[in-house]
Design a protein around this ligand. Structure first.
Ligand code: PLP
Length: 291
């Protein structure tokens, strides 16, 4: 399983690189107490970071929305991200970063302004061959009611509804759960953005408002779709429309473009990954930034 089994993993925790199994934060870290923190997941490919600039920009936005500070400059953060990848010898995988409002006596209101934000960075390898096999087969998704708060555009570590949704999917033999709002409209997956392709070949994904996370993979894929001359309709779509779609897929930094072949047990299209999703998966990295 990649480098994990051969290299002892290293985590970056508040200024130190330490052994992953010993890496820990204080019991009164506000991330632990209140989920008062944000995170990012960036793909690592060939040892390089994919779309780091966009991920760091989204991190800055998430922090600003929650009135939190960057723990260090973007230049210093870039060094820590690359160094964590290097020390863990990750060629293909992900780098994870989490910033919280820091350590303070437990009290709901913000701590003193001089409280130092916490920063944790980890990296791990992913099994590329297994991901490719999964993309060749496609995945099943289930739908669940969207019971999240109103600011899921912030990449907060408060993920309990997402955890429960993913677990429900797993228990039903599916890989992802799509959240559906009270009007029967698909918002997004528990850790992915949701897309369909209509009978006439138009790619559809809902606009990035406060009801979804503006995925970086989504942003880059919109560019790929435009440059490839595919038709795009950025609009909400219902579960019913998804059932009847020609193709469906999900996007995220760790899965890139992953075809969906079943929704709530019903086959999508002919029940196999579609050519649009497969083509976009192949094309994706031509549109991504490497650092
Ligand atoms: N939506 C949610 C709820 C997510 O958690 C994620 C990724 O973790 C995404 C969408 C996809 O975002 P990205 O493409 O930046 O990985």
């Amino acid at each position: 399983m990649g480098a994990d089994s051969t290299v002892s993993r290293i985590a970056y925790v508040n200024g130190r690189y330490c052994r992953h199994r010993e890496a820990s934060v204080h019991v009164e870290d506000r991330g632990y107490q209140f989920a008062d923190g944000v995170y990012e997941v960036c793909e690592v490919r060939g040892g390089a970071l994919i779309d780091e600039r966009l991920h760091v920009e989204r991190l800055q936005r998430s922090l600003a929305e929650l009135k939190m500070r960057m723990p260090m400059t973007t230049a210093a953060l870039s060094v820590v991200l690359h160094e964590t990848v290097r020390r863990n010898r990750v060629r293909n995988g992900i780098v994870y970063l989490q910033v919280t409002r820091g350590v303070a006596r437990r009290d709901h209101a913000f701590p003193a302004p001089e409280t130092i934000p916490s920063l944790v960075v980890t990296a791990r390898s992913l099994d590329v061959a297994a991901n490719e096999r999964q993309a060749a087969d496609g995945i099943a998704v289930i739908t669940v009611p969207d019971n999240r708060w109103g600011r899921v555009d912030i990449k907060s570590v408060a993920l309990l509804p997402n955890v429960l949704a993913k677990q429900a999917a797993r228990e039903q033999g599916a890989k992802e759960a799509w959240f559906v709002d009270a009007g029967g409209v698909v918002t997004e997956g528990s850790s992915t953005n949701a897309w369909i392709v209509t009978a006439d070949g138009t790619v559809v994904t809902r606009p990035a408002d406060h009801a979804i996370l503006r995925g970086i993979t989504r942003t880059v894929l919109l560019k790929a779709i435009a440059e490839q001359g595919l038709r795009l309709d950025e609009r909400p779509f219902s579960v019913e429309e998804a059932y009847g779609a020609r193709e469906a897929f999900v996007t995220s930094a760790s899965q890139i473009v992953m075809p969906v072949v079943r929704i709530d047990g019903r086959p999508v299209g002919n029940g196999h990954p579609g050519s649009v999703a497969t083509g976009l998966r192949e094309a994706f990295h031509r549109y991504a930034e490497i650092s």
